[in-house]
Design a binder for this molecule. Structure first.
Ligand code: NAD
Length: 292
């Protein structure tokens, strides 16, 4: 197995920040790179707030949190990834953006560095072909919020070597996660199962079978889900969720994955869920108010 000591993360969105959090707590030296300086500037506060939540719950000692914070560095320079043993890409769920990034990473990363992607749904094999290291490229699909969720899906592409898969599996374990292997099919395992359920909940709303409140209450009480499907869609981000549905619809060519027209309308309106302040709920008020 390849020894991993230094980890690079590209993208300081909620996922990148979460991965930096668990990587630093596991003892790795972490560099987070983003092209958006404001995202990098916000990272220390987000990390501090997320660590404080764990301390409050009693699952983390203050000294360990301080040590982890010291292990996380940010950089607007791509070059900062040059000495990294493992780079986890967590930029927008947009194939073009990911491809362009992989192009610019050529000649920056060490020859033996492993490159992983946190994509929720895009083909690992296709993404691998856009890199200069298909044998050392794979999917490490973390769940949101990363510090709380136990699972990481490990998805080798067709060219990924067993050594690289084993190394990434061990890194996930060291981060305190339970790795599960999934094959490289559209949306892998968890989202292949979850996304059609959320999409169906949006159809149920669209057809007027239920309201936002009744659908979420029904799933929480009737299925023992900790969160209703519409609240979960808002949490994921409706644009990200729509792109997952499109990957399923196009990748599996089956009508059953057709994104609900109401979902498309919400995304067109810029109602993207929590991050934009409005989705199936209005987040400008406390508690958030159902919008339909
Ligand atoms: N949000 C979720 O629930 C969730 C769950 C699991 C996996 N994911 C996946 O994780 C990835 C990131 O998700 P997110 O919600 O944190 O994304 P996000 O869109 O909130 O953030 C992406 C970040 O990447 C940065 N970025 C874009 N292009 C860049 C480049 N060329 N170089 C450096 N930085 C660049 C952007 O400035 C932004 O800060 C996506 O692939 C997504 O599908 C998301």
């Amino acid at each position: 197995m390849t020894e991993i000591r230094r980890i690079g993360i590209v993208g300081a969105g909620p996922m990148g920040v979460g991965i930096a959090h668990v990587a630093a707590l596991a003892g790795y030296d972490v560099v987070v790179h983003d092209i958006d300086a404001s995202r990098l500037a916000r990272l220390p506060q987000s990390l501090e707030a997320n660590l404080a939540r764990q301390i409050k719950r009693g699952s983390l000692h203050d000294a360990d949190a301080r040590a982890a914070q010291k292990r996380v560095h940010t950089s607007p320079e791509l070059r900062s990834l040059a000495d990294r043993d493992l780079v986890i890409e967590s930029v927008n769920e947009d194939e073009e953006i990911k491809r362009k990034l992989y192009e610019s990473l050529k000649g920056v990363l060490k020859a033996d560095a492993i490159l992983a992607t946190d994509t929720s749904s895009i083909s690992i094999t296709r993404l691998a072909a856009a890199t200069d290291r298909a044998p050392r490229f794979l999917g490490m699909h973390f769940m949101n919020p990363v510090p709380m969720m136990e699972l990481v899906e490990i998805i080798p592409g067709i060219a990924t070597t067993p050594d690289v898969t084993a190394t990434a599996t061990e890194v996930a374990r060291k981060m305190g996660k339970t790795p599960v292997a999934a094959q490289d099919f559209p949306a892998f395992m968890v989202n292949r199962i979850l996304a059609p359920m959320i999409n169906e909940a949006i159809y149920v709303l669209y057809e007027g079978v239920g309201t936002v409140e009744s659908i979420d209450t029904a799933c929480k009480l009737g299925l023992h889900h900790p969160m209703g499907p519409l609240a979960l869609a808002d949490f994921i981000g409706l644009d990200i969720f729509l792109s997952i549905m499109k990957v399923l619809y196009e990748g599996l060519a089956d009508q059953k994955y057709r994104p609900c027209p109401l979902l498309i309308k919400y995304v067109e309106a810029g109602w993207l869920g929590r991050k934009s302040g409005r989705g199936f709920y209005d987040y400008s008020v406390e508690p958030p108010k159902p919008t339909r």
